[in-house]
Design a protein around this ligand. Structure first.
Ligand code: GTP
Ligand code: MG
Length: 170
């Protein structure tokens, strides 16, 4: 058998955008209304087999609170992929997401795949960031993009799968 590859995957984004909820949904198929704010970062692993290749993804779910910003490079350095999360009901989090993308482009590793996730897409009435705007931004910056909902599970497996696939194709 071929050796197992390791790949680091990091989630970045403003406080409360749903990073931990996306990870919980992806890894356990669960959602909680009162997810606690992450302190520092949380670590998970997920082994996936795609096209006969086994990859162990080491997932770093970082804390969105600004005081933890200085720790972020530790998590995104050498990452195979970064998921930058914003909340579609909160334009400030979309601005923050763009800042993360900028930081990754300047200080991150050259071949880190960046995916943009517009989370809380289930909150139809409260939406303030439109998909078209984010899609255009993503295309202009060469990012994967999906709107997701950790609550309803929409596109959650899909975005992680896209990232994994992209990683293996690289
Ligand atoms: P920090 O760890 O503080 O950076 O936050 P986070 O990005 O990990 O957010 P977290 O997963 O803790 O979610 C924040 C709140 O948003 C929680 O109350 C979640 O239940 C809620 N939430 C997360 N994802 C969704 C979603 O897709 N839809 C809805 N309606 N609520 C969500
Ligand atoms: Mg969290």
């Amino acid at each position: 058998p071929r050796p197992i590859k390791k790949a680091k995957l990091v989630l970045l984004g403003d406080v409360g955008t749903g990073k931990s909820s996306l990870v919980l949904r992806y890894l356990k198929g669960e959602f909680v209304e009162f997810q606690e704010s992450t302190i520092g970062a949380a670590f998970f692993t997920q082994t996936v087999v795609i096209n006969d290749e086994t990859v162990r993804f080491e997932i770093w779910d970082t804390a969105g609170q600004e005081r933890y910003h200085c720790l972020a490079p530790m998590y995104y350095r050498g990452a195979a992929a970064a998921v930058v999360v914003y909340d579609v009901t909160n334009p400030a989090t979309f601005s923050r997401a763009k800042k993360w993308v900028q930081e990754l482009e300047i200080q991150g590793s050259q071949n880190t795949i960046i995916a943009l996730a517009g989370n809380k897409a289930d909150l139809l009435e409260a939406r303030q960031v439109f998909a078209e705007e984010a899609q255009t931004y993503a295309e202009d910056n060469g990012l994967l993009f999906m709107e997701t909902s950790a609550k309803t599970a929409i596109n959650v497996n899909d975005i992680f799968y896209e990232i994994e696939l992209d990683h293996l194709v690289q």
